[in-house]
Write a protein that binds this ligand. Structure first.
Ligand SMILES: NC(=O)c1ccc[n+]([C@@H]2O[C@H](COP(=O)([O-])OP(=O)(O)OC[C@H]3O[C@@H](n4cnc5c(N)ncnc54)[C@H](O)[C@@H]3O)[C@@H](O)[C@H]2O)c1
Length: 714
């Protein structure tokens, strides 16, 4: 044994060949600070061991190293910059020392070698993987960029263009791609990894493999002439600007880092990387994106607890084969939980099955699945017009029309046809769960399960706990949502639950802006381009459906009359009265059609401007900041109320529900991260400026107190 640490060890194998093996405490290897320290000691031990002829880096886990320890990030970013600099310098010193060892080195890669794990294997002269190898630098997805030499070694190994693609997209890459590009020197059977590595090191020691040339390539400047360089970097910048956009600075920073370091040797290039990495750690975007990653881990861990506590769903039933029911049955079957899909209408069943077929065919065309898989999924959905098919079903999702009477009847009927311990969930978007529960004999076995449209794509499922819902019911439905590959978040019951309750105040802010003379096209543009929403409010209403929005707005006004009560006709009413239901019938705020490729396109429609003029004051231009404030304050205040009232359990879950349910711009991290960034006192001052607009703009006393006490949510 040459070295033994907590997360790794080094031993002598044979013929002067040493193996440094990562073996972290948990189920995976991470490059956390403790592991780095250990790695440093191991390298010192290697440097001091005489007569070594080669080194291989391996992992005792199924994956090599999954990356740095992201749970350490936010605290670390708060450190004085000199300390951050020390951390990066330490890591870079270690990898440089590995790269400079006086004998050849090779990494053996099974499974993931991501982020710091990828940068670690880039420090060795060779890399051999098996087919399970997945290599990549995902840092830009967290608003960061590689900081342990990735922007320096990868372009020198596979060329600037390939490296920029890897780094700016953050995708991981399969073994065959890595082999073709030269990130891997060979791909061999898993059981031959070690023997191949030993052979390679022996060959290298005998001079049959020019390991020093490999090393020189990584430590020298990039081999690009001026013209090539200009072309490469300009193309990359153009692509990154178009794809990442102005709200996500990390990919562009990665490109300019590689460019600035192109003519420099390793050590000078690393200094540029280090300094730019630190710049990114200080951005609110990195904080927001790292925060989202950590929040996602948090909701996953909560779902895992439910999965451990509950009986898994084995057979489901979905009532209603419409847009939502069809989507839910499909998603269930795709994830291996067969679903009976019941409707009262034969045509609806056909439509539901056709939709599932279309989704599967698309995957078949793209080569993602084969015909057998397509058939298996389709036979997992059983269309039926009768309740007889529901025998043996343990989980029911009701997704019939949004009508309380119909739902009450359907729920009572289905309860009579299933076992006592079958859980029943409603996908209602507006009717309180405790109201629907009244039609059931076993309200403790009932809860809400609010999916978002389109079901197969939207990650969030809101699970709504009614007054009488039991913990076991919640656990089983959470476990079912998780098994469907979704991110379940449990909320308490109230009109609109969490997501719609906070979305509608935003729409009411929109109504009021239009009433005060704002142009809905300008509002959309500002909310999309400046705030970063995927769709502005008018466009979103058109996509949701004006009829649906109109109905839900009435429910919210009823539920919260003091804040959301109506004071006359508004923009949504105008569209509704004119039966301009949005995308579904071609006209809403916008004119909708399909282009030649069948892609939906929209255009501002002068007619809707005329119609809106009937409920609006004189047309006036608004400052973008005022539009953002007037749109966002109602939503933010409502989100805060939901936390104060216990509708949602934590800022982390609220922020994830917003990002996953309605596409809240990830670079803001969610409402609570946004508030923390802005500072609560600054927010209160801003909201107070708009207090004259009505109760939706009034800050809660709780938030006012937090601001006075200089508190934060995270
Ligand atoms: N569409 C959305 O964006 C969306 C999003 C979230 C939640 N929801 C909710 O999902 C539910 C369904 O909405 P949708 O958009 O899929 O509606 P839809 O009109 O597309 O489908 C409703 C289906 O229910 C069927 N149905 C009616 N009565 C029935 C009965 N007694 N038994 C069985 N089936 C019956 C209808 O034939 C129809 O096929 C509603 O509660 C809605 O509020 C919809």
């Amino acid at each position: 044994m040459i070295y033994q640490g907590e997360a790794l060890s080094v031993q002598l194998l044979q013929d002067g060949i040493a193996e440094l093996s990562f073996d972290g405490k948990g189920s995976i290897n991470k490059l956390d600070r403790a592991t780095l320290l250990s790695l440093e000691q191991a390298v010192t031990a290697l440097e001091q061991t005489p007569d070594l002829n080669g080194l291989m880096l391996t992992s005792r886990k199924d994956a090599f190293i999954v990356g740095a320890d992201i749970t350490e990030f936010l605290d670390m970013f708060d450190l004085p910059q000199a300390r951050l600099d020390d951390w990066l310098s330490q890591a870079n010193r270690i990898f440089n020392r590995i790269e400079d060892l006086p004998f050849p080195t090779v990494s053996l890669v099974r499974g993931y070698a991501l982020g710091g794990g990828c940068e670690c294997i880039l420090a060795t002269d060779f890399r051999i993987g098996d087919v399970s190898a997945r290599i990549g630098l995902p840092e830009t997805k967290l608003g960061l960029m590689p900081g342990f030499g990735g922007t320096v070694r990868l372009p020198r190994l596979i060329g600037a263009d390939n490296a920029m693609e890897w780094i700016t997209t953050g995708q991981d890459n399969k073994a065959d791609v890595c082999l073709a590009l030269g990130v891997l020197d060979a791909v061999v059977d898993t059981d031959k990894l070690q023997a191949s590595a030993i052979q390679l090191l022996k060959d290298a020691a005998l001079g049959k493999q020019d390991w020093q040339a490999k090393r020189a390539q990584k430590t020298a400047p990039l081999t690009l002439d001026k013209l090539e360089a200009a072309m490469s970097f300009n193309t990359a910048k153009g692509m990154v600007a178009a794809k990442a956009g102005p709200h996500y600075p990390a990919p562009m920073m990665a490109v300019t880092t590689i460019e600035a370091a192109a003519r420099l040797d390793r050590d000078q290039a690393l200094r540029i990387e280090q300094s730019n990495f630190i710049t990114l750690t200080q951005t609110s975007v990195a904080r927001a994106l790292v925060g989202i990653f950590l929040n996602d881990q948090f909701i996953k861990s909560k779902a895992k607890q439910a999965v451990r506590a509950a009986e898994p769903a084995r057979k489901a039933a979905v009532l209603g084969a419409g847009i939502m029911g069809g989507g839910i049955a499909y998603q269930s079957a795709v994830k291996g939980i067969p679903a009976v899909m019941k409707d009262i209408n034969d045509q609806a069943l056909t439509l539901g099955m056709n939709e599932a077929g279309k989704l599967l065919n698309k995957q078949l065309e793209r080569g993602k699945i084969d015909g057998t898989r397509l058939a298996t999924v389709l036979t997992g959905i059983t269309p039926t017009l009768s309740y007889d098919g529901l025998q043996g079903v343990d989980t029911v999702v009701e997704a019939v029309v949004e009508n309380p009477k119909v739902k009450a009847q359907v729920l009572a009927e289905v309860e009579a046809h299933v076992a006592d311990d079958t859980v029943i969930a409603s996908n209602t978007s507006t009717i309180p769960i405790s109201t629907l529960a009244k039609s059931l004999k076993r309200p403790e076995r009932f809860c809400g399960m609010h999916f978002f449209n389109p079901v197969h794509r939207m990650p969030l499922v809101e699970i709504i706990r009614g007054e009488q819902t039991s913990d076991d019911t919640i656990n089983r439905v959470v476990a079912y949502a998780a098994a469907m590959g979704k991110s379940p978040i449990v909320v308490n019951d109230c009109p609109g639950f969490f997501v719609n309750r906070v979305l509608f105040p935003y729409f009411f802010g929109f109504n009021q802006l239009v009433a005060d003379g704002a142009d809905f096209v300008q509002v959309d543009r500002v909310m999309e381009q400046q705030f970063g929403w995927p769709m502005g409010p008018a466009w979103l209403l058109d996509v949701v459906g004006i009829d649906t929005g109109h109905h839900a707005a009435a429910v919210m006004a009823d539920g919260f009359p003091e804040r959301m009560g109506k004071s006359g006709k508004d923009a949504i009413d105008v569209m509704y009265e004119q039966q301009r239901f949005g995308q579904k019938n071609g006209k809403g705020f916008y004119d909708h059609r399909r282009d030649r490729k069948g892609k939906p396109v929209k255009e501002a429609d002068p007619e809707s401007h005329e119609l809106l003029a009937t409920v609006a004051g004189e047309r006036s231009d608004f400052e973008p900041d005022d539009i953002i404030a007037r749109m966002m304050i109602p939503m933010i205040n409502e989100v805060v109320l939901c936390l104060e009232e216990g509708i949602i359990d934590s800022p982390a879950e609220a922020d994830m529900a917003l990002v996953y349910g309605i596409g809240f711009p990830p670079f803001h991290g969610g409402v609570f991260r946004y508030l923390d960034k802005m500072g609560l006192a600054a927010y209160v001052a801003l909201a107070d400026k708009f207090a004259h607009l009505g109760p939706l703009y009034h800050v809660s006393s709780g938030l006012r107190q937090m601001a006075a006490d200089n508190k934060t949510f995270y």
